[in-house]
Design a protein around this ligand. Sequence first.
Ligand SMILES: C[S@@+](CC[C@H](N)C(=O)[O-])C[C@H]1O[C@@H](n2cnc3c(N)ncnc32)[C@H](O)[C@@H]1O
Length: 281
Amino acid sequence: MRKTGKFSYKGVKMTDQEYLYLKKKILNMTGIDLNCYKSQQMRRRLDSFIESSTAHDIASYCQVLERDETHLKKLCDFLTINVTEFFRDDWAFNDLQKNIIPTLAKNTSHLNIWSAGCSNGSEVYSLAVLLNECEKKITYKIMGTDMDELSLERARNGGPYREDFIKSMPKYYLSRYLNCQGSDYWVKDELKRNTVFKRHNLLSDSFDKGFDLIVCRNVTIYFTEEAKEKLNQRFYESLRSNGILFIGATEFIMNPNKAGFNKIGTSFYQKMPFAVSANLR
Ligand SMILES: C[S@@+](CC[C@H](N)C(=O)[O-])C[C@H]1O[C@@H](n2cnc3c(N)ncnc32)[C@H](O)[C@@H]1O
């Protein structure tokens, strides 16, 4: 391990050996496997994050992590980036309401939905609003999963959400489905009823099956191409035939047909009965 001899980490770039060491420590302490994240971006982000600590090199930073649980939590928050809001990319929720949900509900009266990487639940409750508002009366279950326990706690409680979380939510839904208390908003029980939240790591845990809709938005931005490809394959297996995968506004599946999907909208991919590769010899 390099000894910097400096008293601050300012402007320092970790060596390959230090990154290896740090990855191992982080995996042991948090279960987050940085091998699945793009290394250049991750190293740059980590260097600037460590700069804001009192550590002067990677070895002393790891000691801080070992003795200071608050700092370890801060690191987890930093690694997971849990920015979210209700009706994020409202045009996509519009597509969902006008086209996707009616298509899915055509031949069934129950929809099984998974929001993977759901953060504090804003996404789950936005979906729940649209399902409640669906013209055809349907029942539904939404499972929200994330690896960040703090975010999940807020999701389970249905709040509190600050005003900036609900700025894109149509006003008529706001008064119908949320209560305002002081400067915070809370989801009404009616919306919470059909949701369940669980801790789950998309890179290492097993996946449930039989979903009509899987929503995984703004989660894989820092994943390696290999990790993303594997994840899409696992989402394919978790969807029912003709089920739909809903991804983030800036994301796309490189070769959807090969992965077994038909692109049916800017952020929507429908599972085809057989992945093309499954038909090849
Ligand atoms: C930027 S937020 C996106 C939240 C929501 N999907 C949205 O688009 O508004 C990314 C979320 O993914 C979660 N996440 C990141 N890596 C994950 C993993 N390997 N397994 C499960 N969740 C993960 C983070 O904890 C964070 O809450």
